[in-house]
Write a new protein. Structure first.
Length: 157
């Protein structure tokens, strides 16, 4: 079973909570929007700590280091294809214009024999919780709910 870990970066604005979501790069997601976005995440290496994986993948996929903020465990979800994703929330800021994602190589077009490089993430954006829930992978939408509940509980609300 494939296991990934990632970070849900969040920030508080005037009267709102925003989350940073990543749009996957490559030709398969080029024209997809709702239900296609994700937290920056990646595969857990054998014996690797989940939080360590989440921090490494955030840096690789965004080009930015996470702030030394409190880490909120958000648990795990199982995506439609069977992959288990574990998430951690961290409060911080990120300028999507500064996105510097790592890349992967894929034969494109299919059966052409040509290899092309694509960014792991082609863009990142801040969304409020409602817009984020519309865009994020349906299984990962649970992370938005868990973040909201955790913040309400810690603020006594």
């Amino acid at each position: 079973m494939k296991r990934s870990a990632g970070v849900l970066l969040f920030r508080r604005g005037p009267g709102t909570l925003e989350v940073l979501l990543a749009h996957p790069g490559g030709p398969f997601f080029r024209n997809k929007d709702h239900g296609s976005w994700s937290i920056p995440k990646g595969l857990v290496e054998d014996g690797e700590d989940l939080e360590t994986t989440a921090r490494r993948e955030f840096a690789e996929e965004t080009g930015a280091e996470l702030p030394a903020s409190r880490v909120i465990p958000l648990g795990e979800v199982e995506q439609k294809g069977g992959k288990i994703v574990t998430a951690f929330a961290v409060e911080g800021d990120f300028d999507p214009e500064c996105l510097d994602s790592n890349s992967f190589t894929l034969e494109w077009p299919p059966r052409s024999g040509r290899q092309a490089d694509f960014p792991e993430i082609d863009r990142a954006e801040w969304f409020d919780l409602v817009a984020g829930a519309e865009r994020i992978n349906p299984a990962q939408a649970q992370f938005l709910v868990r973040l909201s509940e955790s913040l309400l509980a810690s603020e006594g609300g």
